[in-house]
Design a protein around this ligand. Structure first.
Ligand code: BF8
Length: 632
């Protein structure tokens, strides 16, 4: 159903990615609103909310604090601006950690089912990784077959979520010893994932924790549970089940959709479903079925992080990142978007009503009104995947031919840089990377991650920051929607070495890698942690001593808040390109951008301008090099 578009979007200016503007223009012609249109309708957005000064945690409220001191300075219960801002941030961290870790729980459940021989459609693919994780967690692998090791490992990992007592999380065995000491000293060792998240909710309930320092420290503890256990588990077990990524060629941007094929998009985060959809859709049976319906075959493309999962392991083309999900429907050429959870705009159902696209939800915890719901179940994975793919194929004749417009743009991407793949490119040891860092051929490493946010130009900060860094001989690695932005800009193609400084270029050419490395989905930020830990250990340093930094230039989700916090907790200087809702409390802002460094060695830095941010990040890297006595 076409809608009245009250506010038009200046299409040419909203994105740095080719093809986006033409689809926004098409949306307006078709009477379809996108996130950019809805953002305009939301103006002016609530200033109290933007500053973090609104509290809705009890029914005496909502309360809001006047940031200028001329109105109320306390909520009805007496909570100050500092308390309210810190509590709100803690709830964001809790939600982000919950999303990553509940995703991990789902992967653990399938892994356990495979270990017990219950799920015939999945198998243990990377047995080496299974054994190495088991051994790292103190599970002996001697004289045991892989099923037995997997069963024991599954039991340990299940307990990570809700084990009683104050013993540290078992997955912290993967963290460097020096880091553990820092966390022990500050009382930041997480005990169980669900417990820390639950405690966030308890502390922020009316009348519990009112001290911003204590609240924020618990936020750090919760984020460590996410990064070093929840997200880490999701990555490890996905690799064990589906294979550890290796460098793989594919294509990126909406031009990967094919005019005369049934186009299916997998969107969301969990590879348990998306990998099956890809397998089934590529089967001869489904390709033949598509021909019966008049198409030349079935084409699957990814969107957001589950797109990254199937790109990293299977080379499935990636159609776009967060702000492009509606645009995919607006091409008029997508028969079905199959989703699991996280970062799926309910709006895609509204947009789909204007075309023929079927939106298929699959998770009991993620229904969207107006979508077709087909519940996924690992026990019947192949049957369900077939049912879903069939719906997409049968929808092909309904495509509105006169309203199809697929932008031509697509570009080559080399993805698949797991830690193991990076090591392999280095010849099996970190030594060449360490030498390049020590000698200054590479000045440092920056992990860029996170989302899109329609408040800023789509993908502009992502690619500008990356380009500014690689030209200064800084190796860039990253995940999530950043990696899709970088891929669509050509920064992950071998040709991108032309944009790198001379030192980085030399290293990339020697190792045959692009200057920006795709390390996976957002839970795979844990891969970045592993690289940092391994570098620190090999050099006898702490992560906070390394010439490295993190950045989320276009973040918007609560998951990104948790990721940023666990980067800081891990000792990393972490840039945010979108101002977080904490500016209503000078105290909280100061803790996050200054004081926290004395506790964990990392801190936040906020700068919307990506060029300025690159300068500051580079200067931080140079300062770290100076302290290490490494050439500048
Ligand atoms: O988990 S980067 S918009 S898709 S939250 Fe979402 Fe942000 Fe994209 Fe992946 Ni991550």
């Amino acid at each position: 159903m076409a809608e009245y578009i009250k506010y038009r979007v200046p299409a040419k200016g909203v994105s740095a990615t080719k093809g986006v503007a033409e689809l926004i223009e098409k949306a307006e012609e078709d009477g379809v609103k996108t996130a950019w249109h809805r953002l305009l309708e939301q103006q002016p957005q609530c200033a109290f909310g933007q500053l973090g000064l609104c509290c809705r945690n009890c029914a005496m409220g909502p309360c809001r604090i006047d940031p200028f001191g001329s109105g109320p300075t306390k909520g009805v219960c007496g909570a100050s601006a500092d308390t309210i801002v810190a509590r709100n941030l803690l709830r964001m961290i809790a939600a982000g950690a919950a999303a990553h870790s509940d995703h991990a729980r789902d992967v653990v459940e399938v892994f356990k089912g495979v270990a017990e021989g219950r799920f015939q459609y999945y198998r243990l693919t990377d047995v080496e990784k299974l054994k190495s994780l088991a051994e790292a967690l103190g599970i002996s692998t001697e004289d045991k077959d892989e099923q037995e090791i997997a069963r024991e490992l599954a039991e340990v990992l299940e307990w990570e979520f809700g084990k009683p007592g104050d013993e540290p999380l078992r997955m912290l065995a993967l963290a460097p010893k020096k880091r553990i000491k820092v966390w022990e000293k500050a009382g930041l060792i997480p005990r169980a994932i669900d417990r820390e998240i639950c405690e966030c909710m308890h502390r922020t309930h009316i009348g519990v924790d009112a001290d911003p320092v204590s609240l924020l420290l618990h936020g750090i503890r919760t984020s460590i549970a996410d990064g070093w256990s929840g997200s880490m588990m999701a990555t490890y077990l996905s690799d064990i089940l589906f294979g550890t990524p290796k460098p793989i060629k594919a294509e990126a941007n909406l031009g990967v959709l094919k005019e005369d094929y049934v186009n299916i998009i997998v969107h969301g985060h969990n590879p348990i479903l998306s990998t099956k959809i890809v397998e089934v859709a590529m089967s001869e049976e489904m390709q033949e079925l598509a021909k019966k319906y008049g198409a030349r075959g079935v084409n699957v493309a990814g969107m957001c992080c589950t797109g990254n999962e199937v790109l990293m392991r299977l080379g499935v083309p990636i159609a776009g990142n967060f702000l492009m999900q509606e645009l995919a429907v607006i091409t008029g050429a997508v028969e079905a978007i199959i989703v699991d959870y996280q970062c799926i705009m309910p709006a895609i159902v509204d947009v789909a009503q204007c075309y023929h696209t079927k939106i298929i939800t699959t998770e009991p915890k993620a229904h969207i009104p107006g979508a077709i719901h087909i519940e996924f179940n690992a026990e019947k994975a192949d049957e369900i995947a077939k049912e879903i793919v069939r719906i997409a194929i049968e929808n092909y004749p309904n495509r509105p031919r006169d309203r199809v417009h697929i932008p031509k743009h697509k570009i080559e991407v080399i993805a698949g840089f797991s830690v193991e793949a990076i090591l392999e490119a280095l010849g099996g040891t970190l030594e060449p990377l360490i030498n390049a860092l020590r000698e200054g051929t590479i000045k440092g490493i920056v992990g860029i991650v996170g989302c899109n946010n329609p408040k800023i130009r789509h993908n502009h900060s992502h690619v500008t920051l990356a380009k500014e860094l690689i030209k200064r001989d800084v190796l860039v690695v990253g995940t999530g929607c950043w990696s899709i932005a970088a891929a669509m800009d050509g920064l992950m193609s071998p040709k991108a070495v032309d944009l790198a400084g001379p030192g980085l270029r030399k290293v990339c050419e020697t190792l045959n890698i692009p200057p920006c490395l795709h390390m996976g989905s957002c839970v795979d930020c844990s891969r970045i942690l592993i690289v940092l830990g391994a570098l620190a250990d090999a050099l006898g340093l702490d992560i906070s001593d390394l010439p490295v930094a993190g950045s989320a230039p276009e973040w918007m989700s609560e998951k990104a808040v948790s990721i940023g916090t666990y980067f800081v907790a891990s000792g990393v200087f972490t840039h945010l390109g979108v101002v977080p809702p904490v500016m209503g409390s000078q105290k909280v802002a100061k803790i996050l951008t200054e004081d926290v460094e004395d506790i964990v060695g990392g801190k936040f830095y906020v700068e919307p301008d990506p060029v300025k941010a690159a300068e500051t990040i580079y200067n931080v890297i140079i300062e770290k090099r100076k302290k290490l006595g490494w050439p500048l």
